[in-house]
Write a new protein. Structure first.
Length: 443
């Protein structure tokens, strides 16, 4: 088969041919309803299909078969490049998510020491204390928005545990900036790279907040480099600086690279973790048996079960529905020859909901992650291979600790029995009504 063709039998077009909607509107609609559209296309066309969103938009190849996805995760770094170039104006050109080949390997090597097992254990006490402080002020015996509460908590974790900010005045100024920068929507994101749009709102307003947050972060980085207690500090920024200082190649992270990693952790970790925690509250509130088991685990310090709850939520309610890689070279996947330049998308949501990968896939059953590990490339909320999310361990640790502290003190019930539908907010799937729950204090 010629390299420049890939006539997949499952080729499809969304919206259907003949639609008069402008290309940006079509792309927006796909982004908003991908979790509805992709399962339907998958059911009709199978585990590999092309997708074309608009007349002049490039095709993408969607993958839902673990064996094909394995080829992506284990493939050469020179073939499978980052597929998130649109994030550059927000995250920065040095973000580990956006770099490729040698530079990606160098920056990842310098970032990973902040996410080792011992490092993660060093963050637990801070996350636990921040959770206690947050839930102490929660209202009880009336409906509350679980998603909003989790957003507030995870933002504080970013500020204190990731950025390591301790100055009260700087924290006060950074909180609203961090919130607005982290809440970037797809329309703002799409227009950030356009110099003309950056002159008008909402892009001008976003840039102003971004620049002020950058100034505060650079000040924090400069002061931290001079800190005499740097080696004993346990926040992520300090650990990144220590790793850079001890780099045998004498080529540590620059201030600009540090800034980009911090913003990457903010943008990639805030919305996803708060959404996952909101879904956890939503499910436990409607699953009395599992709620009781999770409360028992919280009371006895059984983090294995609480971690299984977190993993099952990330399977059942994937907050990021698909991943992306850009082909720098032609490659064969699933029996088809794909040309350079197109994007391939492992569909996380399709893989997680396939009953061949997870029996009784529609049911919330944390025990499946205690009974044994899922088959390779079937549980992929953090991607896989050399580009697996560097913050995966941190996210699971944070979810486990938050659940432990929360469930020790509270009973949870839904404000109404009917489950909430998924709703696409920016790039994450969240409960449509915000995971509305009623909390009561446990005796």
């Amino acid at each position: 088969m010629p390299v420049d063709t890939f006539p997949l039998a499952a080729a499809t077009r969304l919206p259907p041919r003949g639609s008069r909607l402008p290309a940006p509107i079509q792309t927006f609609l796909y982004g908003k309803y991908r979790h509805v559209l992709l399962p339907r296309v998958h059911q009709r066309h199978g585990d590999i299909f092309t997708l074309k969103l608009a007349q002049f938009a490039p095709k993408v190849v969607v993958l839902a078969k673990p064996a094909d996805i394995r080829n992506i995760f284990t493939g050469s770094a020179s073939t499978f490049h980052a597929g998130y170039g649109i994030l550059g104006p927000a995250m920065g050109d040095h973000s580990v998510i956006l770099l490729d080949e040698g530079e990606h390997k160098r920056v990842r090597r310098l970032v990973m020491p902040a996410f080792t097992g011992p490092a993660l254990r060093g963050y637990q006490d801070m996350v636990a204390q921040l959770t206690k402080d947050e839930v102490a002020g929660w209202e009880t015996d009336r409906p509350v928005n679980g998603y909003t509460r989790m957003q507030q908590l995870t933002l504080e974790v970013i500020l204190r545990v990731v950025f390591g900010v301790t100055d009260p005045n700087r924290l006060t100024e950074m909180r609203p900036l961090v919130y607005h920068v982290a809440s970037i929507g797809p329309i703002t994101l799409l227009g950030l790279s356009n110099p003309l749009l950056r002159r008008v709102n909402p892009w001008r307003r976003y840039r102003a907040r971004q620049e002020r947050l950058d100034a505060l972060l650079y000040s924090e980085i400069t002061e931290r480099r001079r800190a005499k207690d740097l080696e004993s500090r346990t926040d992520i920024l300090s650990r990144l600086l220590v790793a850079s200082r001890s780099d045998p190649s004498q080529d540590g992270l620059s201030d600009a690279e540090l800034r980009d990693q911090l913003i990457t952790l903010l943008l990639a970790g805030h919305e996803t973790t708060s959404a996952a925690l909101a879904w956890t509250l939503h499910e436990l509130a409607r699953q009395p048996v599992h709620l009781k088991a999770a409360q028992k685990a919280a009371s006895t310090g059984d983090d294995e079960y609480l971690s299984a709850v977190a993993k099952e939520i990330l399977r059942l309610r994937p907050v990021v529905y698909e991943l992306a890689r850009q082909l720098a070279e032609p490659v064969e996947i699933g029996g088809y020859r794909l040309p350079a330049g197109i994007a391939v998308m492992p569909a996380v949501g399709l893989v997680h909901s396939d009953s061949e990968n997870f029996p009784d896939a529609d049911s919330f059953r944390p025990e499946r992650f205690i009974e044994g590990q899922p088959a390779a490339n079937t549980w992929i909320p953090f991607g896989g291979g050399a580009r697996r999310c560097v913050g995966a361990g941190f996210a699971l640790m944070e979810m486990t600790i938050v659940l432990r502290e929360l469930l020790r003190d509270f009973d949870i019930r839904p404000d109404r029995p009917r489950p909430e539908a998924p709703y696409m907010r920016n790039v994450t799937l969240v409960p449509a009504r915000g995971a509305r729950i009623v909390l009561t204090r446990r005796p």
